[in-house]
Design a protein around this ligand. Structure first.
Ligand code: ADP
Ligand code: MG
Length: 474
């Protein structure tokens, strides 16, 4: 197949040429047909002329028999000879219309008619009246036969013309139908060859846009489409490499921040414990029992704090097990765990369909709701509402929303909330790990989380999780 490469351009050209060949072919066919009709029409005049001539011939014959004028005879002779000429000059064409033998008979009849008329003309009518009458009879008989023959030929010609015209009508109709069908097939061919691969390309691109990373398949052998899909695939490889690189460095950066944060956060309670221990050691004999008890409580609290941080980090790095989780059940479970902490002035509402099942780590999914709801409750001063809802979005995506009517956040804060150890709360209330953990869990489930917040009005967290993570229930 060297030297030939299939391409859209060639295919469109081929289709175009085929269309032109069909149109030109049909035009030539119709033109030839019209030419035949034209030629036949000319012949049709000759045939009707022959018929008229024989009629004239007979008219003068009658007149001559009636009045015996010599001029009538010469007119009769003129028309007789004219008929003879017409037959002689168009013998072949006439023979096509009538049976050969009939034409031959007509020819002989005319010749006999002519000689009988001559005989009649030369005869002495007064001396042989009987003979004259028989001759007259004979001439009339032949004359009638001649007219009948020419009339038959004329009728045959008219019929032939009619069939010719009908035939060309049929050819016109058929060529019209054929053109329409051919046009349809050519259009179908073009669609198949050009539009379908483009459509497939569009679908593949849509999939990629929806986050399903996959290469563009070979859609067609056409040069243009091949190079297009090749270019897109190269771009995809490049993008994936860059993304991987980015994720890698992002991960390293966040691990670094986490490590630094953990060290820092644990160092604080440790140094407090250390200080308390030192004081205790120095004043173990002097100080009053109340003071010692207070120092010990501080040590206990700081130890708990360090333990909590370590536990969160450990929990965070625990490898989970995914299973089919009913979303509504998971949210309900999370609510049950914090039931005791919900102030009476805060109303919590939930609107999650019963039938959403995700393939997820159940405990971690619950942790997400726990952290988000706790934050929302923390953001509400006095009365307020927390609203949890979920719905199936476009392209097998589940959209989960946690909305509150709390104090909201400034944009500078919003940009930092997912960082580890970022907190606006005092050290006793939070370590700033809640949203960091949430973000990580959602990411590990192939989802995304977005925030919208307005100071004084409230905050909305929007989580998008892919349904494809779900395994077939068996
Ligand atoms: N629903 C919310 N409304 C207002 N501010 C919020 C909300 N959720 C989180 N924040 C802000 O983001 C910060 C980080 O939250 P988080 O990571 O959960 O840590 P923590 O709750 O321990 O402070 C919070 O200190 C708070 O300032
Ligand atoms: Mg929190």
């Amino acid at each position: 197949m060297l030297g030939f490469q299939s391409s859209i351009r060639n295919k469109v050209n081929y289709a175009y040429y085929i269309g032109i060949i069909i149109v030109v072919g049909i035009s030539i066919l119709n033109y030839l047909n019209l030419m035949t009709i034209n030629k036949k029409a000319e012949f049709s005049f000759i045939v009707s002329d022959l018929f008229d001539t024989t009629l004239e011939m007979r008219r003068f014959e009658k007149n001559y028999f009636l009045y015996g004028h010599k001029e009538d005879y010469s007119e009769n002779l003129r028309f007789t000879e004219r008929s003879e000429d017409i037959i002689k000059n168009n013998k072949e064409a006439i023979e096509k219309l009538a049976i050969k033998a009939d034409v031959y008979a007509l020819d002989t009849d005319i010749r006999e008619y002519k000689s009988l008329m001559q005989k009649y003309f030369e005869q002495d009518k007064r001396h042989a009246p009987m003979e004259t009458r028989t001759l007259e009879e004979r001439i009339r008989e032949i004359g009638k036969k001649i007219v009948t023959s020419t009339e038959a030929i004329s009728v045959a010609e008219r019929k032939y013309m009619q069939t010719l015209i009908e035939r060309s009508q049929r050819i016109l109709i058929f060529s019209g139908i054929f053109l329409i069908i051919a046009g349809f097939f050519i259009a179908e061919y073009l669609t198949r060859m050009v539009i379908r691969p483009l459509k497939l390309l569009e679908e593949s691109m849509q999939k990629i846009a929806n986050g399903e990373f996959s290469f563009i398949p070979v859609l067609s052998r056409d040069k243009e489409l091949l190079s297009l899909s090749k270019a897109i695939n190269t771009m995809l490889v490049e993008l994936e490499m860059r993304q991987r690189h980015l994720v890698q460095s992002e991960k390293l950066a966040s691990i670094g921040t986490l490590l630094f944060g953990v060290a820092h956060e644990i160092n604080n309670p440790l140094s407090n414990i250390s200080t308390s221990c030192q004081i205790l050691k120095e004043e173990i004999e002097e100080a009053d029992i109340e003071y010692k008890r207070e120092l010990l409580s501080q040590i206990e609290a700081e130890t708990d704090r360090a333990k909590d941080i370590v536990r969160t980090v450990l929990e965070f790095s625990r490898a989970g097990k995914k299973e089919n989780v009913n979303l509504k059940n998971a949210v309900n479970e999370s609510l049950r765990l914090i039931k005791g902490e919900i102030p009476s002035k805060i109303e919590i509402r939930m609107e999650v369909p019963d039938d959403i099942v995700l393939f997820a780590d159940k405990q971690k999914l619950q942790q997400v709701f726990l952290n988000l709801i706790k934050n929302s409750m923390g953001a509400i001063e006095g009365e307020g509402k927390v609203f949890i809802s979920a719905k199936k979005g476009k392209g097998n995506i589940i959209e989960i929303e946690v909305r509150d009517t709390g104090i909201g956040m400034e944009p500078e804060i919003v940009s930092k909330i997912f960082e580890p150890f970022f907190t606006k709360k005092d050290t006793k209330k939070g370590y700033g790990l809640g949203l960091f953990v949430v973000h990580n869990i959602i990411e590990k489930h192939g989802g995304t989380i977005d925030v919208e917040s307005q100071v004084g009005y409230g905050t909305t967290f929007l989580i998008r999780l892919p349904l494809k993570e779900r395994k077939d229930e068996e």
